[in-house]
Design a binder for this molecule. Structure first.
Ligand code: 6LW
Length: 491
C-alpha cells in the first residue's frame, strides 16, 4: 500500500521504535507535559494507536520546576528477552535514566539512573552485553557520541564512558542509535540541529567500540536543500525492519507553512522513509536522500484516519495531558464532561495551572465546546507555551459574565475583544487554517465573531523550543469551569 507522511501527526517528536512479538512500539519526547513519553503500538508501521505513557508517576520523573521544552527529552525504546526498556533524559535535572516493564500495557518501573551525561540516550543489547550510548562528554573530556557498557539490572557502569564518533562535521550531533546488522555495527545519529538544517548521518565499524568510519555520502537523509517543500527538518530517527523484510527509518520532521519566511506551529511529527541496503552493506534513504510525502510499504491494509476528537472518543489518560505535576483534586474528568477548578497558577507562568490539553493534529478544522464558569475564568487556550498562547474564555466580572479573546505573544498580552453574556454558559469555537485561528462565541444560538490571530505567533520560529500547539481546557483566577460537548473536527 501507499502510505502518506507524517505517519503520526501533531507534536510527537524524537520517535524511537522497536519490534516485539510481531508488533511495533514507538515512543516520543514529552518535555513539560505529564504523563510523560507517549507509547504507540502498530501492526503495520503505518497505523499507530496510543496505548499508554511510560512515565505516569511523579516518582519516575520530576517535572516540578522544568521550563517549557525542558524535562523529558528524546527517549529510546528497546525490547530484549521479554522486557521493554525506555531510556531518556530529564534535561532539567541532567539525569539519564531508564524504566522497564514486561507488560507494555501496564505500569513501568521506577527509574534506574546511569552515571553518563549528555542527551538522547540509547541502548544496544549485543551478545550478552548492554551498551549505553548518548550524546555528551566522555570520561576523558571528549565530546561527541559517548558509550559505556552497563549492567542492565542495576544501571551501573561496567566500563568508562568513551567517545566513539564525532559525526560528519555538522553542528549539534545528537540522537545516536547503534544497530548490529549482518555482523556490522551501524551508528546512526542526527546533525544540523532540530530545525531546517536537520539531517541523519551514520558510521560503520566491525566493533561496537569503533573505529567508526562515516558513510561517504553523509548525510544519508536530509530535506535541508528542498527550500519550498512542505516537509522540513527531517532527522532524529530510528531504524526498523518490517515483517516483509523491508527497512525503514522512522524519524521526526515538520510541515512548514509558506514557501519563504516559513514557520511551523504543530511541532515536530513522525515520518517514515524507506531504507535500501546495497551490496556493500551501506544504506541509502528515501528519494535521493530526502523524505517525500508518500512511499510504498508491502501489505494490503488501509490507513485509519482520525478526524474527530470528542470527550467520548478520546481517552483521558492517553490523548489528554497536563502541564508538569497537576493537582488532581482540581480535575473531575469523564466522557460526559470535564470540571476544572482553578489553582494558584495562571497560563502565563511556567507552572501547573489547571489545564488539560490535547494536541492539534492537522492544520484545518474546527473546535467547539460548551463552557460554563462559576466565578473567575474558564476557557480554551491555543497553547504553545506560557508566553505564546491565545485564550478564548467565559469569565465573571462585577457586572455579570462576558466572553473574551486574549492574545499572549511574548511581551504583548491583551484582551482583544470581549462581549457581554446573559448567562454563565457559552459555546466557544476555534476555527483553524494554515495561517490563522478564528474565535467565536455562541450564546442561545447567536454566534459572534470575537476575532482572529495568526498561527505564526504560536509557531516554533516565534516561541522557540521543541514543542507544538495543544488545545488546552483551563480554569484560572478563581474560576470553576464545566466543559461539555467538546469536539475537534479536522478536514
Ligand atoms: C532532542 C534532540 C533533538 O533531544 O531535539 O531533534 C532535542 N533532536 O535529539 C529535543 O527534542
Amino acid at each position: 500500500m501507499i502510505y502518506q507522511n507524517p505517519i503520526i501527526s501533531g507534536f510527537y517528536p524524537d520517535p524511537s521504535v522497536c519490534e516485539a512479538e510481531g508488533k511495533y512500539y514507538l515512543v516520543c519526547s514529552s518535555f513539560q507535559y505529564f504523563p510523560g513519553v507517549p507509547i504507540f503500538e502498530s501492526e503495520d508501521l503505518v497505523n499507530w494507536k496510543q496505548i499508554g505513557h511510560a512515565l505516569t508517576r511523579k516518582s519516575q520523573v520530576q517535572l516540578e520546576n522544568v521550563s517549557s521544552s525542558g524535562g523529558v527529552f528524546a527517549p529510546t525504546i528497546r525490547y530484549h528477552e521479554g522486557v521493554f526498556y525506555m531510556v531518556t533524559t530529564n534535561d532539567t535535572t541532567h539525569q539519564n535514566f531508564y524504566v522497564y516493564t514486561d507488560d507494555i500495557y501496564g505500569e513501568w518501573s521506577e527509574p534506574v539512573y546511569i552515571d553518563q551525561g549528555g542527551i538522547d540516550p540509547s541502548l544496544l543489547f549485543d551478545g550478552g552485553k548492554v551498551y549505553f550510548i548518548s550524546n555528551g562528554t566522555d570520561d576523558y573530556g571528549v565530546g561527541g557520541i559517548t558509550q559505556c557498557e552497563i549492567d542492565i539490572k542495576t544501571g551501573k557502569k561496567l566500563t568508562p564512558s568513551k567517545n566513539i564518533w564525532q559525526g560528519s562535521g555538522g553542528r549539534y550531533l545528537e540522537s545516536p542509535h547503534m544497530y548490529k546488522i549482518n555482523g556490522s555495527y551501524y551508528l546512526m545519529a542526527a546533525e544540523g540541529g532540530t530545525e531546517y538544517g536537520h539531517m541523519i548521518t551514520y558510521a560503520r565499524s566491525d566493533d561496537p567500540w569503533g573505529e567508526f568510519k562515516g558513510y561517504e555520502k553523509n548525510p544519508v537523509l536530509t530535506n535541508r536543500n528542498l527550500g519550498g517543500f512542505e516537509i522540513q527538518g527531517v532527522g532524529h530517527g530510528d531504524l526498523i525492519q518490517a515483517k516483509s523484510g523491508e527497512w525503514f527509518v522512522i524519524h521526526l520532521g515538520f510541515r512548514q507553512i509558506g514557501q519563504y519566511d516559513t514557520f511551523h506551529h504543530l511541532g515536530r511529527e513522525v515520518f517514515m522513509t524507506p531504507i535500501h541496503f546495497g551490496a556493500d552493506g551501506n544504506f541509502t534513504a528515501g528519494s535521493n536522500g530526502t523524505t517525500g510525502r508518500s512511499y510504498e510499504i508491502s501489505g494490503d491494509f488501509v490507513r485509519q484516519e482520525h478526524k474527530l476528537f470528542t470527550f467520548e472518543n478520546t481517552d483521558i489518560s492517553l490523548d489528554w495531558v497536563y502541564l508538569r505535576h497537576p493537582d488532581l483534586d482540581n480535575y473531575k474528568l469523564s466522557a460526559q464532561g470535564f470540571e476544572l477548578t482553578a489553582g494558584e497558577a495562571t497560563l502565563d507562568e511556567p507552572k501547573s495551572p489547571t489545564f488539560i490539553g490535547i494536541r492539534q493534529r492537522a492544520f484545518v478544522g474546527e473546535l467547539s465546546c460548551e463552557v460554563t464558569t462559576e466565578g473567575g475564568e474558564a476557557g480554551i487556550t491555543v497553547y504553545m507555551d506560557e508566553n505564546h498562547h491565545y485564550d478564548i474564555a467565559v469569565r465573571q466580572t462585577d457586572e455579570g459574565f462576558e466572553a473574551i479573546l486574549r492574545l499572549n505573544i511574548g511581551d504583548v498580552k491583551c484582551v482583544q475583544n470581549s462581549v457581554k453574556l446573559r448567562g454563565s454558559t457559552a459555546t466557544l469555537g476555534i476555527g483553524m487554517n494554515n495561517y490563522a485561528y478564528t474565535f467565536t462565541v455562541t450564546e442561545n444560538g447567536a454566534a459572534l465573531h470575537l476575532g482572529g490571530a495568526q498561527t505564526r505567533y504560536v509557531s516554533t520560529e516565534v516561541a522557540g523550543g521543541f514543542t507544538g500547539v495543544l488545545f488546552g481546557l483551563y480554569a484560572q483566577r478563581g474560576g470553576k469551569g464545566r466543559f461539555k460537548k467538546f469536539e475537534i473536527k479536522y478536514q
